[in-house]
Design a protein around this ligand. Structure first.
Ligand code: C2E
Ligand code: MG
Ligand code: MG
Ligand code: MG
Length: 287
């Protein structure tokens, strides 16, 4: 390989990197103003109980209504927001809006709670507990109707601090769910040591449970463990009736997935909740 070829490769690489950086900076600027302009909005996905056939709650999932690029999914902008304190503003705006939008529905008894994802970086920010408490108070939102979902990936870095913050949330009455359990680097020590209320079983288990007896055995073990530790369980990513039935037979009654409903904007969420729909139930009752 000649020297000049090497150099031109480097220059191209440089240019690509510069373009990439410019693109990212552009996107970050756009995201910053989108957060400020409240263009990041929660969509809601139902969480149902196969035992009572009720909608028990919803998970709020961030969506960015971008003027030119259309609807953007969180995979595109949450990691970017997490690179700076923008994730704190975004997370705070999400909680504020969820409280505002879900309060009337919770008061009417259409659902018990809204579950919001909390980034580890947000959990680390100094006044997170006070800020969330103030948001709840400003909406007179009952703390027990808020669930915060955390992921375990970065909790180990300062375990004591994470543990303390989570305890403070729980002392306020807020529920804590451990998201995506069983995926990646999950460690059993987390669920023993962290102050938790609920474990959300990663959707890879729902995916594998119809074809793979081992996945079923692991789900049963997780359910037993949760029962022993007095934790609730939510199974994620249920797409078919057979997955729903198998998870139910494993003792996993609270479920979330496309089978019951995709994440949807507020208007549709209200219609869904008013109908009190559980699609499995309606299918079964069809003549
Ligand atoms: P997550 O918290 O684990 O949320 C569940 C994801 O699975 C959502 O993707 C949801 O649309 C998707 N999903 C639900 N049911 C099914 C199903 O039956 N099949 C399949 N294949 N997927 C299903 P989404 O909305 O793209 O969000 C991706 C991730 O982005 C979330 O994963 C969460 O970690 C993060 N995220 C979303 N909104 C927020 C937010 O407001 N704040 C923070 N910090 N993170 C968020
Ligand atoms: Mg989640
Ligand atoms: Mg997650
Ligand atoms: Mg999840």
């Amino acid at each position: 390989r000649s020297k000049s070829a090497g150099r031109s490769t480097w220059m191209e690489f440089d240019e690509t990197m510069a373009a990439e950086l410019e693109h990212r900076q552009g996107l970050e600027t756009e995201l910053r103003s989108a957060v400020a302009a409240r263009e990041i909005e929660p969509w809601y996905q139902p969480i149902i109980s196969t035992q009572s056939d009720r909608i028990v709650g919803v998970e709020a999932l961030a969506r960015w209504q971008h003027a030119e690029r259309g609807l953007l999914l969180p995979g595109l902008f949450i990691p970017l927001a997490e690179e700076s304190s923008l994730i704190v503003e975004l997370g705070q705006a999400m909680i504020d809006r969820c409280c505002q939008e879900m309060y009337p529905l919770i008061r009417e008894g259409r659902l018990d709670y809204v579950s919001v994802n909390l980034s580890t970086r947000h959990l680390r920010s100094p006044s997170v507990v006070e800020q969330i408490a103030a948001t709840l108070a400003s909406h007179r939102f009952p703390p027990s109707a808020l669930q915060l979902e955390i992921t375990e990936s970065l909790l180990l870095i300062d375990f004591e601090q994470a543990e303390e913050r989570l305890s403070q949330f729980r002392a306020l009455g807020i529920r804590i769910a451990l998201d995506d359990f069983g995926a990646g680097y999950s460690s059993l020590s987390y669920i023993r040591r962290l102050p938790l209320d609920v474990i959300k079983i990663d959707r890879s288990f729902a995916r594998d449970i119809s074809s793979d007896g081992q996945a079923e055995a692991v789900v049963k073990a997780i359910v037993q463990l949760a029962q022993a530790l007095n934790l609730g369980i939510i199974a994620e990513g249920i797409e078919t009736e057979s997955q729903a039935l198998r998870l139910t037979s494993c003792g996993c009654f609270v479920q979330q997935g496309y089978l019951f409903g995709r994440p949807m904007p507020l208007r549709e969420t209200k219609q869904y909740l008013e109908a009190g729909l559980n699609p499995m139930h309606t299918t079964q009752r069809k003549p």
